[in-house]
Design a protein around this ligand. Structure first.
Ligand SMILES: [Zn+2]
Ligand SMILES: [Zn+2]
Length: 246
């Protein structure tokens, strides 16, 4: 961590640690009082089983690139997720989404930091997947930024929440098939050339299922002049969990 980045994160972290002292936290995974992300939940996190597809990150039998990525390559170089979309992470993400638990976001970012660094990606700037204007005004904040901001500060990259915006409203991906998901988010995003031109960009989201949203974001970024796009999510919904409910 560079000196400036270290200070940026130190200030951010101290803020939430201070609030935890005033308002004792409960665990984001199991609700146990006294900690934001308890030791028990830390050990219960299910990690995607290796090997995974080099491109989309879905677990498979042998290393390499899966048939889906060969026949229609996504616009990102690589997509990886820290965990499988299941408990306790599922509960923690729900809490981030509906309870604006910033200190939980900070605690998760500490765990993600180690994993994302191990990937060795040459990231320069970070763009969270934006919410639609309607969703943002209902919720008041983008839950992805709860994790993406502290993670970016820890890694010493540039945080650019204005890099991506929604070109149009889309319906929720919940309940859609793979093909329907791809069509639903096609051309749904635009990127700011002045922010992304010539840069290596990391797009961050909370959950991915088929990677369609992230590929659509990557396409917008490349069209705006980004050099390369990588994608990262807190969790990955896998086929055995079904596409219908995420
Ligand atoms: Zn817990
Ligand atoms: Zn793949």
């Amino acid at each position: 961590m560079g000196q400036t980045a270290a200070w940026g994160y130190h200030i951010y972290h101290s803020l939430w640690a201070g609030l935890d002292w005033i308002f004792p936290p409960t665990c984001g995974g199991c609700g146990q009082p006294g900690t934001r992300w308890c030791a028990d939940c830390q050990t219960r996190v299910i990690r995607p089983r290796e090997p995974v597809c080099d491109v989309c990150g879905v677990p498979r039998e042998i290393a390499g690139v899966c048939d889906g990525c060969k026949s229609s390559p996504p616009h990102y170089v690589s997509l990886r997720s820290w965990s499988v979309f299941d408990q306790p992470v599922r509960g923690a993400l729900h809490r981030l989404k509906y309870r604006r638990d910033m200190s939980l976001g900070d605690a998760l970012a500490v765990a993600l930091n180690e994993h994302i660094r191990s990937l060795g990606w040459p990231i320069e700037i970070v763009a969270p997947v934006p919410l639609s204007r309607k969703r943002l005004s209902e919720r008041g904040y983008n839950q992805v930024s709860m994790v993406a901001l502290p993670l970016t500060l820890m890694c010493g990259w540039g945080y650019r929440p204005q890099a991506l915006s929604r070109a149009r409203e889309t319906r929720s991906q919940v309940g859609l098939s793979r093909e329907e998901r791809r069509n639903n988010v096609r051309d749904a995003f635009v990127a700011q050339p002045s922010i992304v031109r010539g840069r290596v960009v990391l797009v961050v989201d909370d959950v991915t299922t088929t990677g369609a949203t992230l590929s659509s974001c990557a396409q917008a970024l490349i069209q705006a002049g980004a050099r390369q796009v990588y994608a990262y999510t807190v969790a990955r919904a896998l086929a055995r969990h079904g596409l219908k409910d995420v």
